[in-house]
Design a protein around this ligand. Structure first.
Ligand code: ARG
Length: 460
């Protein structure tokens, strides 16, 4: 069949194989709302510049609104012969209002700036949605942080016991990661706030258009100043793909720790039954599938980023059909992020914190060794390196006896350098709250961190 949109110079019909291969309708149909609002803004601008008559504009808007209804009601016939959502809508518009007026909508526009505009609007909408979901996740974390300022657990470096911290302090780490994710998305939003609409094929148009007007109607801050850049830029999509990739770096770390900490070896927390799955063979199993899936999905969102980077690499200016490959991965990353953040938040809200097990775990691994070394420096004027050695020796002696240093009752028996006061240091609470530096694990510091994050959330 002949393609009605561009068949003027062709004498042969499109091969069916080409039609199928070339079409992106199955993927880009989710842009229908963006396409319709983009077209309405464009038509209004054309009318305001005297390029369309008022009656023509009214017909176009009426027709486009009807198409939106048809799509929403599931009545619209998506036919890949129409190649993509832009052509499918334009063709239907001409059916509804007649080709005479319908055919005028594409004046001073090309599919190149049209698709860039639609895609950008989708990216902006997705940025905003993800900011909201991350905000909800941070709120959940803050509620745990408020409740567990004195719930003591071991911290780890190299996955070996390090120092005692509070669960509050530990979980706030993730709130800060998600705060930065929000800020990255905000930056992405700001960079994407320039409209490509009206750039046309790549060189602009000879009509007297008002690009700022259509930009404003679509909620853009301003226009892209170079038409060739307008149609060849996909940075906004790459930014979102990267930002989602970083979000998944964070969620995968959180999920990994949920998996680890809910295992029988740790048992620091319990994932609620409603978010656990069973095994088809082992009756006793409760598996953390949600966390594993989120961790696993990190692979596809990283892949989507690398895929578009590779598509865009070394592409000559301006639009190339390669760029049609920009959407599928981005739609997938956005959907994956949306679904993962929603279920992660719901799951986190229901975890049970096993305080007693966290505390018991602190009694292994000589978590208080650094506190003793700091004490020798502070009270006995011993250089830190030497203090480190003395406490190392104490740890070795305790290990020989098969005890943790937190269980020692009389430190002087091990080394006379320690006086009676020193034993007070062998308390986890004391260790936590003795921290003086900004950003430390002390209760006061955790409170400050919570306050800071709450202010950040209020500013959104
Ligand atoms: N479906 C195309 C895409 O997604 C729309 C732009 C087509 N432009 C063109 N010159 N063929 O990229």
């Amino acid at each position: 069949m002949k393609n009605e949109m561009w068949s003027g110079r062709f004498s042969e019909l499109s091969d069916e194989l080409l039609q199928k291969f070339n079409a992106s309708l199955d993927i880009d149909k989710i842009l229908f709302k963006e396409d319709i609002s983009g077209s309405i803004a464009h038509a209004r601008m054309l009318e305001s510049c005297g390029i369309l008559k008022k009656e023509e504009l009214d017909d176009i808007i009426k027709g486009l609104n009807q198409i939106q209804d048809e799509i929403e009601q599931g009545e619209f016939i998506f036919d890949i012969k129409n190649e993509d959502i832009h052509m499918a809508i334009e063709k239907r518009l001409s059916e509804i209002i007649g080709a005479e007026t319908g055919g005028k909508l594409h004046t001073a526009r090309s599919r190149n700036d049209q698709v860039a505009t639609d895609f950008k609007l989708f990216v902006k909408k997705s940025n905003t949605e993800l900011i909201f979901l991350l905000k909800e996740l941070i709120e959940t974390i803050i509620s745990y942080a408020k409740e567990h300022k004195m719930t003591i657990m071991p911290s780890f470096t190299h996955l070996q016991h390090a120092q005692p911290v509070s669960f509050s302090f530990y979980i706030l780490t993730y709130a800060f990661m998600f705060m930065r994710d929000i800020r990255r998305l905000q930056n992405g939003l700001e960079l994407a706030d320039y409209s490509p609409l009206g750039s046309c094929a790549c060189a602009g148009t000879s009509y007297q258009t008002d690009r700022k007007l259509s930009a404003q109607m679509l909620g853009f801050k301003d226009i892209m100043l170079n038409a060739m850049d307008g149609v060849s830029d996909r940075d906004f999509a790459l930014d979102l793909l990267y930002n989602i990739a970083v979000i998944f770096t964070h969620t995968s770390r959180l999920c990994e720790e949920m998996i680890l900490f809910s295992s029988s070896e740790f048992n620091f927390l319990t994932i609620n039954d409603s978010f656990s799955t069973g095994s088809s063979i082992m009756p006793q199993k409760r598996n953390p599938d949600v966390c594993e899936l989120i961790r696993g999905k990190t692979g596809r969102v990283y892949g989507n980023l690398v895929s578009l980077l590779t598509t865009m690499k070394a592409l000559p200016l301006a639009y190339n059909k390669d760029m049609q490959e920009d959407k599928e991965g981005l739609f997938d990353s956005v959907k994956t992020a949306r679904e993962s953040l929603i279920i992660l938040n719901a799951m986190l809200k229901k975890i049970q914190i096993n305080k007693e097990n966290m505390l018991q775990a602190c009694k292994k691994g000589h978590l208080l060794a650094t506190d003793l070394a700091d004490y020798l420096v502070r009270e006995k004027n011993i250089p830190f390196r030497k203090a480190h050695f003395i406490v190392g020796d104490l740890v070795a002696q305790a290990e020989k006896k098969g005890i943790d240093i937190s269980q020692i009752e009389d430190l002087a028996q091990f080394n006379p350098i320690f006086d009676k006061e020193a034993v007070k240091l062998l308390s986890f609470e004391n260790s936590l709250n003795s921290k003086q530096s900004e950003g430390s694990s002390s209760k006061i510091s955790a409170e400050k961190q919570i306050q800071f994050l709450e202010q950040f959330l209020d500013s959104l």
